[in-house]
Design a protein around this ligand. Sequence first.
Ligand code: TXA
Ligand code: MG
Length: 381
Amino acid sequence: MTTGPPTPPIDEKTLTRAADILRRGGLVAFPTETVYGLGANALDTTAVARIFQVKGRPHFDPLIVHVPSLAAARRLTTAWPDTAQQLATAFWPGPLTLVLPKFQVSSSEFRVQDAQGPNSRLETQNSKLAPPDLVTAGLPTVAVRVPAHPVALALLRAVDLPIAAPSANRFGGVSPTTADHVQTELGDQIDLILDGGPCQTGVESTVISLIDPDRPRLLRLGGLTLEAIEQTVGPITLATPQTPDPQAEQRGQQSPGMLERHYAPRTPMQVVESISDFEFRISNFPEITHPNKSQPLKIGLIVFGRSADQTRSEIRNPKSEIHPTIEPLSPAGDLVEAAANLFAAMRRLDAAGLDLIIAERVPDTGLGRAINDRLRRAATR
Ligand code: TXA
Ligand code: MG
């Protein structure tokens, strides 16, 4: 993690209020180390339905269930293979989500489960808890994660319930990395936003399926690097759009985080290998309807390993046809810093009334893979 601005403290009173809202079926946005989440009691179907409504999220896209500990995660699952134990021990709390077979209530168990109701306590009972079908989109699996942000952990412990939480943004858009992002986009539709400062990781968690325990599969690149995961459990099969999961395919669904167009600003976006090899001429952007040909094209540039001044002197802009607004992700070329800045930079450019955003790819290693993945999806029309 980077050392960023300090986390604003959350007082006990606010935490208690947040936990009360969640217990009564409300929605609370909260910070995690990756992005801000939009949380509801995962055992309360009505509350979870509100998440889908507020986000405009299709019901085929399952939610991650957040818990305060490994033990709490196990209560939602029926299998806990060695690979789950190794990954959870190594990386929780942290930006890793594990997909495992979910605990399902059989008819004989139903009465017990039912009596527990939607406010079954996570940490005070040892029995299993069944995530509802709405949370898991009808899949026989559940995605679980223990987030590393102190405010998220404090909230999860205070509420003592599993909390379903997608990123706190409209479906398909750019994930929020500050409380302000959430306030601007969804503020009037949720009951409380906990401000924990800017998220330090800045891209969503890495999602790994352990449905076949001997063959971990990557469902989404994210804040925990593939390199770190492979050091712990050996080679990971990549479930890219090019190599889809045959089982999911049969059910008619991939992991929906793999939708090609996602994490996208409203402004058209294009990804290039390097800004310095790129010729900035209006004629190079035939797809952009340029409102006023006598005005320079308003372009946003997302750059890596160069400052704004460096960028201005390096781009080939022969006729000064382009007026660039520049967002350097990390002038020093640090991928961790770049990931932390990515979504806020995309949001600022999106708010600037530009004709086009051009982003240069970053090195495809470590967190760079997740950054390139988000850039590519954001640019997909
Ligand atoms: O970092 C994060 O993961 C953030 C914070 C708030 O924790 N959450 C987040 O949630 O990014 P969301 O809903 O935006 O993305 C959840 C991803 C989706 O790609 C979804 O398809 C996948 O997790 N997912 C959830 N349950 C799954 C399941 N049972 N099987 C396969 N994929 C699943
Ligand atoms: Mg999301």
